[in-house]
Design a protein around this ligand. Sequence first.
Ligand SMILES: [Zn+2]
Length: 147
Amino acid sequence: MPKDLEQASRAAGILLRRRRLIVVRVLAGAIDHPTAEDIHQRARAHDAKISQATIYRTLSILLQHKLIYARDFGDGKTRYEDASHGPHDHIIDAATGAIQNCKDPELEQALRDFMLQRGYALKTYRLDLVCSPARNQKHDKIAARSS
Ligand SMILES: [Zn+2]
């Protein structure tokens, strides 16, 4: 079972003082891909005096230990996510900018086969799928199946 961010931080020897712990818990609880500003805003709900510097210092430490990922989805903003979520792809709605995590073993296998046909063994990959909503039979069938 993967460790949660708080456990992983402690295991990495990171001293989690009260304010750092707030940042770690905000990140661990994020189901989106928050910017440092988003994290600051959420952390202030727990401690009104937490500074932006504390947010950036904590993010920097977590990044150094590879416990979080910093991602740029092309909108010029750096977003952060808990690395314990494991490798996954992203579906980005071009109209709204909404970002969803996506993990599909069939897609991964298709990519492995694609690379194998070209003489390569796929080691790792990262897909950010920028999309706009589609309305057609196939999409509606998939939507109906998953609901
Ligand atoms: Zn993600």
